[in-house]
Ligand binder design. Structure first.
Ligand code: TYD
Length: 247
């Protein structure tokens, strides 16, 4: 028995924080668990991440962007996610294919069937068992992210979204996530609104897979709710004395 959990949400929804808190919680309880993020999570994926999020790459074609996200995902599934699930572990992934449907599909208006086909190739058809959605409007999320960046630039500790300092980072991730203002963040507000609304449509299409949480709740309260919601799945995971090796 294994478990594949993905985290989704608009910019600034705090899903990376929640993914890291859930990782700490499961790890402390002795579960075999790994945390990865998209794009990234592998050496090759991290290189793709740099290319795709670089603010200077204004000339990047939408098709290139979509294929790069998919290529990073293919590498992550092959190198980390599949092998870890095959060993009976829990994989927590900060963004996955739903981000492509929300951002490139609803955000950029790319053909959904085309995206589904490419995603099926990239993932070999691997779907999450459960997807945690952190619900926040696009405007609120962007405002949060802007505020946090400003505070960090001014060297002030950020308020509501500040992270406990000992939280683990996703596998291979060595750079501060929260300071990044990337090429996609820089897109106009209307784009981010389409993305947030797109998530609503994705949830409506597959309500049994998604668990939606109010991202405005305090960090700890939210973490408790997420852990509680996952209990029925987690109890089937074997706590093994020696967890599978981190890939
Ligand atoms: P990141 O700094 O990790 O943002 P976040 O903390 O919100 O996850 O940057 C990832 C960006 O890439 C984010 O804007 C969402 C976008 N993205 C896509 O557009 N398509 C995808 O398939 C994925 C995985 C991410």
């Amino acid at each position: 028995m294994s478990l594949f959990v993905t985290f989704e949400g608009p910019e600034g929804s705090g899903k990376s924080t929640q993914a890291r808190l859930l990782y700490s919680y499961l790890h402390a309880r002795g579960y075999p668990v790994v945390l990865v993020r998209e794009p990234g999570g592998t050496r090759i994926g991290d290189l793709i991440r740099r290319i795709v999020l670089d603010l200077q790459h204004t000339e990047m074609a939408d098709t290139t962007e979509m294929l790069l996200f998919s290529a990073a995902r293919a590498q992550l599934v092959n190198q980390v996610i599949r092998p870890y699930l095959d060993q009976g572990g829990i994989v927590l992934c900060d963004r996955y294919a739903d981000s492509t449907y929300a951002y490139q599909g609803y955000g950029l208006g790319r053909d959904m069937n085309e995206l589904r086909t490419i995603t099926a190739i990239a993932t070999g058809g691997l779907l999450p068992d459960i997807t945690i959605y952190l619900d926040l409007t696009a405007d609120e999320g962007l405002e949060r992210k802007r505020r946090k960046r400003q505070e960090q630039e001014q060297g002030r500790p950020s308020g509501a979204l500040s992270l406990p300092s000992d939280l683990p980072r996703p596998h291979t991730d060595t750079r501060p996530v929260s300071l990044e203002w990337n090429r996609l963040d820089a897109r106009e507000v209307a784009y981010h609104r389409r993305v947030a609304e797109g998530y609503g449509k994705l949830i409506a299409q597959e309500p049994e897979r998604w668990r939606s949480f109010d991202a405005r709740l305090p960090i700890e309260a939210l973490a408790g709710r997420i852990a509680h919601a996952l209990e029925p799945w987690i109890e089937h995971i074997q706590m093994i004395a020696s967890a599978p090796e981190q890939p």
